[in-house]
Design a protein around this ligand. Structure first.
Ligand code: NDP
Length: 255
């Protein structure tokens, strides 16, 4: 207790694991609700200085809230500049903002495909690229990307979403290779169904069908996903990069 934790990127013996250390500057995109909000709260509880991006809902108290649409490089740049001015350079990026526009392939318009790719994949590229500037200067940093179990299993009615989430794996692993020598890690968390607005929109019947395939027989809480994100940003995860960490109750086993 009261021990200071090493700065981001410091090599540890592993025992420091999740222990509280120097507060980091953490930015969570889409941190006003759902999984992003749970991540923001988890980091704040650890004593980190947390900023969230939001568009619609008011952001939670106790964290710095900046408006940002990940669909715009200018908006992303402005949000990072605001966080840097208020808290300092971003040391931990949680690229969480995501959207769905479900539909069967033959009925899926090109706009629905392109929109989802732009938010989920190109949006992640935009925030990662902007975050990398400060992380490269610091020669340290953590990036965590929210993908999904459907990235590798596919999902009927979600060709756009699954493609965007699969793309995140390639994006993350390329970043891990490019920036690893500078002390920057990049990892993916791949949740199964989680109790948020996104799953509520699926309707009870579809959710029950999905849950039936989960070995643990239930959907996750946002806090259970946040715990994995916090771990990947912790000193104990210093030697983990390019990994895809499932938080899916076993739904994606073997994929
Ligand atoms: P929610 O729908 O509850 O929240 C999505 C968040 O993303 C909101 O904060 C939303 O902001 C933000 N967002 C959407 N589009 C944009 C944009 N263009 N620019 C900025 N922010 C945007 O989702 P979840 O919390 O359920 O999901 C979070 C992440 O986890 C997503 O990437 C999702 O794909 C992934 N995931 C979720 C699963 C689930 O079952 N819930 C399963 C697997 C992965 P706003 O409030 O302004 O709309």
């Amino acid at each position: 207790m009261g021990q200071r934790r090493p700065a981001v990127g410091t090599v540890t013996d592993g025992t420091a694991a999740m222990a509280a250390t120097e507060p980091r500057v953490v930015l969570v995109t889409g941190g006003n609700r759902g999984i992003g909000l749970a991540c923001a709260k988890a980091f704040a509880t650890l004593g980190d200085r947390v900023a969230v991006t939001h568009r619609s809902d008011p952001a939670p108290e106790g964290v710095l809230a900046v408006r940002c649409d990940v669909g715009s490089a200018e908006s992303v740049d402005a949000a990072f500049s605001e966080v840097e001015a208020e808290l300092g350079p971003v040391q931990v990026l949680v690229s969480n903002a995501g959207a769905t526009r479900d539909g069967l392939l033959l009925r899926m318009g090109e706009d629905a495909f392109a929109d989802v790719l732009d938010t989920n994949l190109t949006g992640a590229y935009r925030v990662a690229k902007r975050a990398a500037q400060g992380m490269l200067r610091a020669r340290a940093g953590r990036m965590v990307f929210l993908s999904s179990v459907v990235a590798l299993t596919g999902s009927a009615g979600q060709a756009n979403y699954a493609a965007s989430k699969a793309g995140l794996v390639g994006l993350t692993r390329s970043i891990a290779r490019e920036l690893g020598s500078r002390g920057i890690t990049a990892n993916v968390v791949a949740p199964g169904p989680v109790a948020t607005d996104m799953t509520a929109a699926l309707g009870d019947e579809r959710l029950a069908a999905i849950t039936a395939g989960v070995p643990l027989g239930r959907i996750a809480t946002p806090e259970e996903v946040a715990a994995a994100v916090v771990f990947l940003a912790s000193p104990g995860a210093a030697f983990i990069t390019g990994a895809v960490l499932p938080v899916d109750g076993g739904l994606g086993m073997g994929h």
